[in-house]
Design a protein around this ligand. Structure first.
Ligand code: AMP
Length: 415
């Protein structure tokens, strides 16, 4: 028997109502902020990501799902931002509506060692606002992320924010880190020794105790920031204060990707264990230009859906709870029953039936298994009298209703 690929999951019908709820809620929240959905292909040119994320980013170095044939080198997308910038430029949206706000929902792929909270195929819900450098957009982005978590009933999460500064400031940060870390290399983990050469900023958020101790002893604070970037960050924190969003400024928060500049942020949840990041994002003011477009600012974030599902409080089975189950007893009733089912469905009522001629008792058991809210029973007796029996599975009460009243009566009960 075939097995699914390690690090992937089947989302079975029992679970799907949660996913649907996550997605419909996201669509509602994004539309409140006037973000429009965008869908890009799951395969892209590999170079799109090495160019934008940076060739020394962990994702590019170790986690790309490459698809190679004779001429091309494609990759299963590891994240959404670079694809969206590509689509924005390829469709000339920068010329039509320079300031554009997008959201996306879909699978991402990273060749990681599978573990709890870490898969090879996972799903992002994210947003990107392209065409503005205003701190107000950073604030809006963080507020949307916060609104999503509230809408999902996630409690006990925390938000950390930081600023990496502009490209020049990031270079100063690299210089300062080189100077301060040079004499402390032996205390760093093997990975951070490697990072020292090509991805030194990443040492700041290494989780290993030894590295954290060394990072804690550095005296960098915000020395690398220019006046404009300091001011931009102050505007962001003031905006969050005004919006009553709680946050903590953490100078150790950096993102692993080259494209980030200025604001970066991360939402964490203790309940997730080692992989505690629910979602993250930040500003990327040079990426549009780096991918061949104009020099315009942009900011975005993404949540991992699998992790939202672990900590969210999504009321179960909303869809199944509105199911009406029809039990038809006898050939004639079955024929009429199919018409009735059709009528219910065309009136927007989710309905199902037993196609196996089960006894009343067995069919009731099936209706119960399917967590039907209402059951309709139609036999010869009922046909004679032009009625159906309507049973409420919640309280067990049943009543006879005229066939022509069925739709109205059911709608009243489903409200
Ligand atoms: P990133 O693009 O790495 O900042 O990821 C944003 C969010 O996606 C993370 O905070 C996680 O919630 C989720 N995520 C990233 N990688 C994985 C993975 N391999 N498996 C499951 N979720 C992931």
């Amino acid at each position: 028997m075939f097995k699914k690929v390690p690090g992937t999951r089947d989302i079975l019908p029992e679970e799907i109502s949660y996913w649907q709820k996550i997605e419909t809620t996201a669509r509602k929240v994004f539309s409140l902020y006037n973000y429009k959905e965008i869908r890009t292909p799951v395969i892209e040119e590999a170079a799109l990501f090495s160019r934008s994320l940076g060739e020394f980013a962990e994702i590019v170095k170790k986690q790309m799902f490459l698809i190679k044939n004779k001429e091309d080198s494609y990759v299963l997308r590891p994240e959404g931002t670079a694809s969206i910038v590509r689509a924005y430029l390829e469709s000339n949206l920068d010329k039509i509506r320079r300031f554009s706000k997008f959201y996306y929902i879909g699978p991402m792929f990273r060749l990681e060692r599978p573990q709890k909270g870490r898969q090879r195929q996972f799903h992002h819900i994210g947003a990107e606002a392209l065409g503005s450098s205003s701190a107000g957009v950073d604030v809006e982005m963080i507020m949307i992320a916060d609104a999503l978590l509230k809408a999902y009933g996630v409690a006990g999460y925390s938000l950390k924010i930081n600023t990496l500064g502009c490209a020049k400031d990031k270079k100063s940060l690299v210089g300062l880190l080189r100077k301060e870390l040079k004499g402390k290399l032996t205390g760093l983990c093997q990975e951070c020794k490697e990072r020292f050469k090509h991805n030194i900023i990443r040492i700041l958020d290494c989780k290993k105790d030894g590295c954290r101790k060394i990072v804690g002893s550095l005296s960098i604070q915000d020395k690398y920031l220019c006046g404009d970037c300091k001011e931009h960050f102050q505007q962001v924190t003031r905006g969050l204060d005004a919006g009553e969003v709680s946050y903590e400024v953490s100078r150790q928060l950096v993102r692993g990707l080259d494209y980030y500049t200025r604001t970066v942020f991360e939402f964490k949840h203790e309940g997730l264990g080692a992989q505690d990041a629910l979602g993250a994002g930040g500003r990327y003011d040079n990426l549009v230009k780096d991918l061949g477009g104009p020099q315009i600012g942009a900011v975005g974030f993404a949540f991992g859906v699998e992790r939202l599902l672990l900590v969210g409080d999504l009321k179960k089975n909303e869809l199944r709870n509105s199911l009406v189950f029809l039990i038809s007893l006898g050939d004639r009733a079955r024929e009429k029953g199919l018409k009735l089912l059709d009528r219910l469905r065309s009136c927007g009522i989710a309905a199902d039936t037993d196609y196996e001629n089960r006894s009343l008792k067995a069919a009731m058991r099936l209706a119960n298994d399917l967590q039907s809210k209402l059951v309709l029973i139609l036999g010869d007796n009922e046909l004679e009298k032009n009625i159906v029996i309507l049973k409420d599975m919640g309280n067990g009460q049943q009543e006879e209703i005229a066939t022509r009243e069925v739709v109205n009566k059911i709608k009243e009960r489903l409200i």
